[in-house]
Design a protein around this ligand. Structure first.
Ligand code: HEM
Length: 183
């Protein structure tokens, strides 16, 4: 009886260990775009988008969806890692070359931080966000067809106010993973 109980406990511990190894190893992203200076990986997960951004910076990394012009009207998410702790902000492009936190524009923070690291001068931020947020400013992100995606990173200091050191605009089909430079 005792032996059987011990066997059951050992089998249980084995299953728990196996489960944790699988979740630590399982790459949760289906697609990746590697610009020369920043990488955007993602997975469409039901009505949410799981995102991983990495760039060679000790400042912020950021993404913006569907601007009407330059940075205007884009749904932005920026993140940095300071003293080992990831910080994230959900913002909106309130002019051609400015963005402000959704919460300051009468909108809502809709992004869920998953984690972040800063190692060897590389900052990586992971988060999930709704494809259609409740925020009145955010337009729906459609997975089929072209989505305009802005990618950028800052540098020098962990501040969402510091301007980008690098930025680019691409077109992505979020469902298929096809991508190209925007004109
Ligand atoms: C504090 C943060 C930011 C500041 C102060 C800022 C400021 C500016 C300014 C002044 C311009 C116009 C001049 C230029 O082309 O450099 C610009 C353009 C641009 N920004 Fe930002 N930006 C910020 C964050 C971001 C973020 C987070 C992204 C994307 C994730 C981004 C993407 C872009 C792109 C793609 C352009 C070029 C747009 C075009 O010419 O069509 N910016 N930004």
């Amino acid at each position: 009886m005792l032996r059987k109980n011990i066997q059951t406990v050992i089998a249980g511990i084995g299953l728990i260990l196996l489960g944790s190894m699988t979740s630590a190893q399982g790459a949760p992203y289906d697609h990746e775009v590697q610009d020369k200076k920043i990488t955007f990986a993602w997975k469409v997960d039901g009505d949410r988008l799981a995102v991983k951004l990495s760039a060679k910076t000790d400042g912020w990394v950021g993404i913006g969806f569907n601007p009407s012009k330059m940075m205007k009207d884009a749904n932005f998410v920026l993140g940095y890692v300071k003293d080992g702790k990831a910080e994230i902000t959900d913002e909106f492009g309130d002019s051609d070359n400015n963005h402000s936190p959704d919460s300051k524009l009468g909108g809502t923070e809709d992004v869920t931080l998953v984690g972040g690291t800063e190692e060897g001068g590389m900052t990586t931020i992971e988060f999930t966000m709704p494809l259609q947020s409740a925020d009145k400013n955010d337009t729906a992100i459609t997975v089929d067809g072209d989505t305009t995606v802005l990618l950028a990173y800052g540098g020098g200091r962990d501040s969402f106010k510091s301007k980008h050191q690098y930025r680019t605009t691409i077109k992505v089909n979020l469902a298929s993973g096809a991508s190209g430079k925007a004109n």
